[in-house]
Design a protein around this ligand. Sequence first.
Ligand code: TEU
Ligand code: CA
Length: 566
Amino acid sequence: MKTTWWKESVVYQIYPRSFMDGNGDGIGDLSGILSKLDYLKGLGVDVLWICPIYKSPNDDNGYDISDYCDIMEEFGTMAQFDELLAEAHKRGIKIIMDLVINHTSDEHPWFVESRSSKDNPKRDYYIWRPPGKTGEEPNNWESIFGGSAWQLDESTGEYYMHLFSTRQPDLNWENEKVRRDLYDMINWWLDKGIDGFRVDAITHIKKIQALPDLPNPLGKKYVTSWEGHRNREGILDYLRELRDETFAKYDIMTVGEANGVELEQAEDFVGEKNGVFNMMFQFEHMSVDHGPGGKWDYNPDWKLTDLKDILSRWQNGLENRGWNALFLENHDVPRSVSRFANDKEHHAASAKMLATLYMLMQGTPYIYQGQEIGMTNVSFASIEDYRDVEIMNLHRDASAEGWSEEKILAAVEAQGRDNARTPMQWDVSANAGFTTGTPWIGVNPNYTEINVQAQIGDEDSILNHYRRLIALRKSYPVAVHGSYELLLPEDERIFAYLRRQGDEALLVVCSFSELITAGSMPEELAGCKAQLLLDSGNPAAQLADTGVLPEVLPLQPYESRVYLLT
Ligand code: TEU
Ligand code: CA
């Protein structure tokens, strides 16, 4: 029986390595997660998405899997996973796992066999090609993490494809045996009773078969290769097969990481009738602050109207057709309060406002660990302090191109993935209460001010604001199911929208301004009966709450308000 519990759910994303260390070795683990289940229950979330915990040599922190059916040693044992699942279920919390099936680790037995000889039965599990005439790579595709997408394997003299790190060889989805083996593994996990999957990098599984060189107008050594492998023709055949052989047989939730899928095509991916996932992550709003040079070219002068356009297009576009996955953060992007608002003078107001903005849109909200306390970007002193393989590669390539160390550090500080991977800030004790040992990556020094302990008992905190937002979604179905209408589309300071269902409407008003700002309400709304359901802790707003929506709302810097209009 198909149900849609996932529409009413709020998901909390855990990056296990940085969440909570249970045994003092400096690395977060399963016993750490177990010890925080009551915290998560108290926050009110329904589902945990746990980033990869499978056996892995950790070239990309678990996204390089060497055994899909075993647990990474640093994280614990399968018995501990079973206990975690049972304890979560006892509390009414579901668990979805990360499903990484575009590639494996180079230590996966399939790859070890595959590279052993050209006629090994597993050779065709991966994508092998002979070198070009002068020994060069089979084509000019660039890896998503920089450098060539091909690695020469000395022993057989051929190259294998890796769209991510050299230690993440891409599986060959053209090979039916590969697909069968993956489906068996997926069903093995589903039979264990997990509640679904977040499906990693899934739009890259289909490569253009000829593997052609791509246009290279700038004469670079390797060229951005999306055209060759992102959401290519034929991918839906594989995705539908995947759905039918696995997901469709269970009452679970699935969310695809769907880089490169445009709204026009979203119905194929998440359509109510024939979609392959329940919902998907689209990433358009994650490049709103990218300059012409792309991700590493941060543009602090990004425009609020661009953000409104993107989010509103997806809100309206999927209405009655599919379902949105709502997010401002994950383990691959900078912290939202540092990126989209003011993490210094207006830290708390900013974090609450951003929460209000996205959690009340139509879709299923995802909270990334630490977001609920307003964790910020980190600024490490040297490149040595960073751990991410993508950052290491950037350092290698950008240095070779002549970037100064300062320029590289500034780029990493603004956009690097390690911003999201510093340890969770639990309390004011050493290492933010994350570990009694030496953490695998430095703790953000601002943990003495920004931490769970400081916020949990403070009614006015960011953490309690998140709790109230989650509760609000549960008490007002309009917050989950209502239609979405953008207000004040041209305004560069205020993001406001309406949600409507039947006679009920929610009005959400969020200021992105550093200054006190007058928010002029649309004529048809001014004078409506309005009850202030939530504000970001501005006593003036509460005093002025007369039960009627004023024509002009005087908003404090980064203030947000939610009104129920009847
Ligand atoms: O990411 C896939 C992806 O295409 C991007 O989000 C990419 O990580 C980003 O552009 C680089 O900054 C997924 C995972 O979320 C990521 O952590 C993994 O590294 C990647 O797949 C490989 O498994
Ligand atoms: Ca540990």
